[in-house]
Design a protein around this ligand. Structure first.
Ligand SMILES: Cc1cc2nc3c(=O)[nH]c(=O)nc-3n(C[C@H](O)[C@H](O)[C@H](O)COP(=O)(O)O)c2cc1C
Length: 182
């Protein structure tokens, strides 16, 4: 059998280059109807010194985005490299099981409690949003602008408060090898 040479496209090269960009691994905390939620996110960054603003990019159908639109607040939790992978794995599933294609109606109707088994407290400044006890650092944020950007929605937010809780290296995409880019 003659081996077929697979030709890479420009898109493949772009994707490879974008996979090289390093990201922190964050848990974005939100709440609705007294139920806190955590969503794993890479696309989080500071965008202004004065006032202090951060930005997070959300998939249009993420339940976290819907919570922020309703409630107006979120927390940003930076995971630690030490044991952070175990924590991160708990947040990989969507809270709304129907978001995963191909699930049965019964499985799709389930709501997944991603915070189960994780120590957290509820923020007062970002009311009801979870602050993970193991986070190296956290930010409490008030949403300001919702900006459509391709298949994501950028949510800028004013940083109301933030603190470092532990020393140590942060969990990053370079360390996990997980890729949410490209
Ligand atoms: C490593 C990793 C990074 C991710 N980064 C983002 C992100 O920056 N923005 C986003 O909307 N989704 C991101 N996701 C996907 C969300 O975590 C996922 O869609 C989640 O189901 C949404 O949860 P929610 O429905 O509880 O809001 C990422 C997933 C992984 C595994």
């Amino acid at each position: 059998m003659v081996g077929r040479k697979i030709q890479k496209t420009d898109d493949d090269y772009i994707q490879e280059a974008m996979h090289e960009l390093p990201y922190g691994i964050y848990v974005i905390g939100t709440t609705r109807d007294g139920k806190p939620n955590g969503m794993i996110a890479d696309w989080v960054m500071q965008v202004s010194f004065s006032p202090r603003l951060v930005l997070a990019a959300f998939e249009r159908d993420s339940s976290s985005l819907a919570r922020i639109r309703e409630h107006g607040f979120y927390t940003v939790n930076l995971l630690p490299q030490k044991d952070g992978l175990l924590i991160a794995q708990r947040f990989v599933q969507p809270s709304n099981a129907a978001k995963v294609r191909g699930r049965s109606d019964e499985a799709a109707a389930q709501q997944h409690d991603k915070l189960a088994g994780t120590d957290y407290r509820l923020s007062e400044r970002a009311p009801g949003c979870p602050i993970l006890e193991d986070a190296i650092a956290y930010l409490e944020c008030a949403a300001e602008q919702f900006i459509d950007a391709g298949d994501h929605v950028l949510v800028t937010a004013r940083v109301l408060y933030g603190a470092v809780q532990h020393s140590g290296d942060p969990l990053t995409s370079t360390y996990t090898g997980w890729s949410y880019s490209g």
